[in-house]
Design a protein around this ligand. Structure first.
Ligand SMILES: Nc1nc2c(c(=O)[nH]1)N[C@H]1C(S)=C(S)[C@@H](COP(=O)(O)O)O[C@H]1N2
Ligand SMILES: [Mo]
Length: 201
């Protein structure tokens, strides 16, 4: 007869392998923002894609919500060393945003811009092929304001500072232009598995 709950597995099995170097696991969801949570009005919200200084596509919140939706459940890793497993998001993949804009990614670098003036640079290859999205929902609910609602960039395989909250646009750039934290000594790519925390790591 099978006995439930006696599988020979230790409770820590699988956790260590999913934690990048220097990270610890947390169950709660810390809020980390450089400033106060901005008020973002859904009636005037826009998301704009730019190629350099040239706008190529823009959506209102209603229009954005008509775009194809995708769910992603991923582990996330903050450079302050917490990691959280199995966070469940839904939104519009960057692939679908580019397809709807009618363009292929025009340059190897991207800057994400946000309503609080924050920005962060991400190599374009880290955004495409299903790796990243503009998320509007977390665990089945609209993302709460302190976690970046109504919409945030989600790039779960990079340190979480790359996942710009209150995002309002993606700008493709020919050069790798440093964003808010990158100007202050943080890494241009930020791969947690390579511990790319600071410039030069
Ligand atoms: N617009 C904006 N996005 C941001 C930030 C910010 O200050 N402003 N902080 C970043 C940092 S450092 C981290 S670790 C994560 C934290 O997201 P959370 O508050 O949902 O945990 O958001 C990132 N995105
Ligand atoms: Mo962070």
């Amino acid at each position: 007869m099978a006995t439930r709950g006696f599988t020979g597995r230790r409770p820590t099995d699988g956790i260590v392998e999913r934690l990048p170097p220097g990270q610890y696991l947390t169950e709660d969801f810390p809020v980390l923002s450089a400033g106060p949570t901005p008020r973002v009005d859904l009636a005037t919200w826009r998301f704009t894609v730019k190629d350099g200084v040239r706008p190529v596509a823009s959506w209102s919140f209603d229009e954005f919500n008509q775009l194809p939706r995708t769910k992603l459940t991923r582990d996330i890793h903050c450079v302050t060393k917490w990691s959280k497993f199995n966070t469940a998001w839904s939104g519009v993949t960057i692939d679908d945003i580019l397809a709807e804009a009618g363009i292929a990614a025009p340059s190897p670098f991207t800057l994400a811009h946000a309503y609080d003036g924050y920005s962060t640079n991400v190599p374009t290859d880290d955004l495409t092929n299903g790796k990243a999205m503009i998320a509007t929902h977390f665990e089945g609910q609209p993302i709460p304001p302190n976690h970046g609602g109504p919409a945030r960039l989600l790039v779960p395989h990079l340190y979480f500072w790359k996942s710009a909250k209150w995002v309002n646009g993606l700008q493709f750039t020919n050069r790798d232009e440093a964003g808010f934290w990158e100007l202050r000594g943080y890494h241009m790519r930020g791969d947690p598995w390579q511990e790319q925390r600071f410039t030069g790591d």
